[in-house]
Design a protein around this ligand. Structure first.
Ligand SMILES: [Zn+2]
Length: 309
């Protein structure tokens, strides 16, 4: 085998070949760069619980328009709603149920709303990384992605009082360099990938990394069901209570399988009155079950690592 054929392909280079012309080594190289390793599903959840419930909220607020360079007050106000009305409403609902959650927050959002970060911490929730300004990692040079990630970690640590242990890439946009940066940051887990319903260990070019993946899915995300674009064709196509019905089926199956039920929501999306009614209904359904372990993403990552060292 020559050094030439052993070379790991770099997709940022101009493509020399069409995918159907790739050698087996080339297509295997792409697939193996970041891949699911061993399952980290524990034999049982803490206290003999039958299911782990991990609720997360991505507190993007104004960074969704800002990352596009969109500075119109009207668009920014939709994000501001998330901080001003959505997040407090989410906190009240979690408090009513006594449920801990994970809040993934772009550093710029945390700098705009430092009191919100303090409220999360005071209520016992996790604050974790979600980029600098909700940037798209795939558009960045590796050095820029790394610098923004370290700056975001430092900013969250300063505002929350704790160094974050987990990351969710903005828009789940996971670049070829994200995993190496995640390892260099010393994080315990990522929550951006979709290879399983249950936690697993990430492999980098076939090698175990020790990084836990808490997998996400668009099915368990409020955004695709409920977002709306005024000048585009994107309109909400699922009524909020139907969304809660899909999530209830996801929870029921996770409960039956003894697995993980993970949700991704956004204060500026789910935080509206009619949608919070649907979320409250779902939480009531979950509360009707015995053996539910409510945990932050960090709690779950640390538990499954302890159980499968
Ligand atoms: Zn986000």
């Amino acid at each position: 085998m020559t050094a030439m054929t052993a070379r790991v392909p770099d997709p940022t280079e101009a493509p020399e070949q069409q995918p159907w012309q790739w050698s087996e080594q080339t297509w295997r190289g792409h697939v193996d760069r970041v891949r699911a390793g061993r399952s980290l599903t524990p034999a049982s959840w803490p206290g003999g619980a039958r299911v782990a419930v991990a609720l997360s909220f991505d507190s993007d607020h104004e960074t969704i328009p800002l990352r596009e360079g969109e500075t119109r007050p009207g668009k920014l106000s939709q994000g501001e709603y998330g901080a001003r009305a959505g997040a407090p409403r989410v906190l009240r609902l979690l408090d009513r149920h006594g449920i801990p959650a994970s809040f993934f927050m772009p550093a710029v959002s945390a700098l705009l709303h430092p009191g919100e970060v303090r409220d999360y911490v005071a209520a016992g929730h996790e604050v974790a990384m979600h980029g600098w300004i909700h940037e798209r990692n795939m558009l960045l040079d590796p050095a820029d992605e790394r610098e923004l990630a370290f700056r975001a970690a430092d900013t969250l640590e300063r505002l929350s009082g704790t160094r974050p242990v987990g990351i969710r890439t903005p828009s789940w946009d996971f670049s070829d360099h994200t995993l190496a940066i995640t390892r260099e940051l010393g994080l315990v887990y990522d929550s951006s990938l979709m290879a399983d319903d249950e936690p697993y260990e990430l492999l980098a070019d076939g090698e175990p990394t020790g990084i836990v993946e808490i997998p996400v899915e668009w099915i368990r995300d409020d955004a695709p069901y409920l977002m709306m674009e005024r000048y585009g064709a994107l309109r909400p196509y699922t009524p909020p209570r139907d969304v809660a019905g899909i999530w209830r089926d996801e929870f029921d199956a996770a409960y039956a399988e003894g697995g993980l039920f993970q949700l991704t929501m956004h204060p500026h999306i789910i935080g509206h009155r009619s949608r919070m009614a649907a979320l409250a209904e779902l939480l009531d359904h979950i509360a009707g079950h015995d053996g539910v372990w409510y945990a932050t993403h960090a709690d779950i990552a640390e538990y499954v690592l302890r159980e499968s060292p």
